[in-house]
Design a protein around this ligand. Sequence first.
Ligand code: FES
Length: 111
Amino acid sequence: MKYIDAAKLSDLPPGSCLSVELDKDGRGVALFNVDGEVFALDNTCPHAGGPLGEGILHGDTVRCPWHGWKFNVRTGQCLKNPVDDWAVSCFPLRIEDGTIQVALEGQEPSP
Ligand code: FES
């Protein structure tokens, strides 16, 4: 699995989120720090494309900045429409020397 540098862990303090473009094709990830645990989701809200990494994080739920749909950042599940069609992809990540690295192969959202 190929990991790509996404952000410094120091730029993502607990309770915060971040929107990051990972490659020249504009593929983006949304990073979330939930009490020291970091999660990476597809940055594009499935409703109308809002940037989830610019949303508001409460606990492990992010509220999309455009129309307020909420998603669980651990599973990608949409709380408004909890069906797979509306879930966002979760990406594997690791932290190396203080850098958050993300692998872009999507994982199926957890049930
Ligand atoms: S674009 Fe995210 S709720 Fe509409």
